[in-house]
Design a protein around this ligand. Sequence first.
Ligand SMILES: NC(=O)CC[C@H](N)C(=O)O
Length: 328
Amino acid sequence: KPNIAILATGGTIAGSGESSVKSAYSAGAVTVDKLLSAVPSINEMANIKGEQISNIGSQEMNNEVWLKLAKRVNELLKRDDVDGVVITHGTDTMEATSYFLDLTVKSKKPIVFVGAMRSGSSMSADGPMNIYNAVSVAINKESNEKGVLVVMNDEIHSAREVTKYNTSAVNAFVSPNTGKIGTVYYGDVHFYMTPIRKHTYQSEFDIEKINSLPKVEILYAHANDSEIFVNAAVKAGAKGIIHAGMGNGNPYPTTQEALGEAVKKGIVVARTSRVGSGRTNLHGEVDDEKYGFIATDNLNAQKARVLLMLGLTKTQDKKALQDMFFKY
Ligand SMILES: NC(=O)CC[C@H](N)C(=O)O
């Protein structure tokens, strides 16, 4: 039997509430052992070892947990007696944590994120089947070399592509630009696509000796926007700003000028879009050369932030950073 490590970080999947038919519950309330006891059948397909990394709602996710988790996954996957890793995680920020690991774990072995939209005490809880499916994906040889995967609601997504698209539905996750890459139905795994952007063992980012990450803030554009949050980010010492612009990454005019001033102070400004899918193109309506902005391809703001944070651990050079957005 393959050896699978299950690292628990919290979320609804480890949540518990008073009533099976009421929406109120606390995320990150049960331990990894309790969580896994709801799915005894995973022990028939793999030797399972559970480990608690954190026990938080993923809206509390932070750099410290990201670094701890990525370092631990690297350590485990280097061992011959670990064949794959499953990470249980809250759904709010799963798209960012999974992409962080996609860029920082150096391994060809399967790394699978899983969560739930209904807590363990809810009627028709989705967590146990999602865990069963995630372990099935983690023991499948075809999951090798595919980068970090996210399993939810019988679907397999690539960490680079997946995003939470619904606040409460069981089918909360989609990959808007590319679609899911596979399906898993009662443990029956089928892949239809493979991610080709650089990830995991092909990535240049190395967090082994890193204990902190550069401050990168996201600003969300809107009609009648102003420069106040740009100025606040500059004052707070941000090293990078992700601007979630309108349409094809367009800032409001006064915001655009303030962002240009931020660039002159040495802050890296990357344009993304609040739309939710599609590329933010260079040479669109914004004169990126004049303002010194970079564009983020088709990454959403949350994911662009992860890549810029890691990029800034290596270089401040705008051309080198821009190239990273076309590689990863
Ligand atoms: N469905 C969920 O996992 C959401 C619960 C919580 N907000 C979290 O992300 O951890």
